[in-house]
Design a protein around this ligand. Sequence first.
Ligand code: SAM
Ligand code: SF4
Length: 430
Amino acid sequence: MNKYFIFTLGCQMNRSDAERLATILEGAGFKKSTEDKADLIIILACSVRQSAIDRIWGRINQWNHWKAKRPLITILSGCVVADDKRKFRDKFDYILTIDELTATPQMLLSLLKKKLPSQDYFRIHPKYESNFQAYVPISTGCNNFCTYCVVPYTRGREKSRLADDIISEVKELVSEGYKEITLLGQNVNSYGLPGKTTNQPFIELLKKINAIPGNFWFFFITNHPKDMSDELIQTLPELRKAGHYIHLPVQSGDDEILKRMNRHYTTSHYLNLVKKIRETLPDVCLSTDIIVGFPGETEAQFENTAHLMKQAKFDMAYIAQYSPRSGTAAYKLKDDVPKPEKKRREKILTEILKETALANNQKYVDEVVKVLVIEKLKDYYYLAKTRTFKNVKFQHTANLVGQFTKLKITKTGVWGLEGKFIPPPTLAKI
Ligand code: SAM
Ligand code: SF4
């Protein structure tokens, strides 16, 4: 039996790719195994940030060392820019795009001397990592060309998946008992209509998913501030199964930097969106992405970002230090904010985030919330997630992983909550 191991780095999109790839490999007779026993190691990497690329260097030398002791094939795939591919050319046996990897199983199968029909990426039935949480891509690629970002180059132009296919996949997952579905796209708002100012196809899709019978909730990421419409915001309350969690990357709180990032919105537009979302869904949890140290970012421009963070009162922020990515428009600009200064800016924003997240979390004390139990921790502790995407720790003797339950929130912290299990009401005896 041939054994495979898939190593994913970076985004949810790569995890979703890994689930689809597992189907192809298992269809070809491969069996999932650990890294140290695999005959085939595929790394789904992400050039979005330099740190992911640095981690590949850390692994590949080990794998090449193993090759001297056992037959081993290594493949590099994912969102890797041409420059990084060149650097890894002599280190991996094959470097393939995701499309090549999934649409050309023959290539993989020539390793096994078997044949399989070519498959459309969206039609591959994934081998989900979890049996109660699943990522479902609704589109791939991106047309926005933010000047710092490699995605339009590594994933190509935005391609939406047919609504019927998405709905069938969600229906199947729900019928198999899945409780949490996350719809994925680089810009979910432009689903079906990239470049248009309406979210109609996306709203229609959300309504159809919401109407699927069954005990589940769903999330959707990522929203783009230039494309998230009032119509979509107004629809949120009627989506009874949608999580009250919106990921809305702002990237910078300075209008000049936003312009140079090619983001096509201003900070006042962004803050106005935040206001409308909070008015429509008062318990919403808001998260964002921010880049510090974009080329030419002055202290005053950075201060504008710090100010925006205080106004937006985020629950979570993924703060990244700018890293130049070859092939992008910003790569031609001088990366002139020194590393220690990027680090300092990141630290300041993290401190602001800690304050706003803690203040937001404190509102949960004594609330009874529905949660999905995600993971068993130590000492009878479990990790669960609220409909607003908050982590909650609680203690219980029975294994509730994969089930919905109710908790009363007893404690709050910056990064999560603590709760007490509330037994479901027992039916009165007749
Ligand atoms: N499509 C999403 C959007 O519009 O914001 C985000 C996708 S991107 C793959 C994920 C995040 O990585 C971005 O939001 C950005 O904050 C960060 N990122 C992308 N390129 C970067 C770079 N060159 N340096 C640092 N962070 C970067
Ligand atoms: Fe990258 Fe911008 Fe597209 Fe997001 S919207 S994937 S940041 S180019």
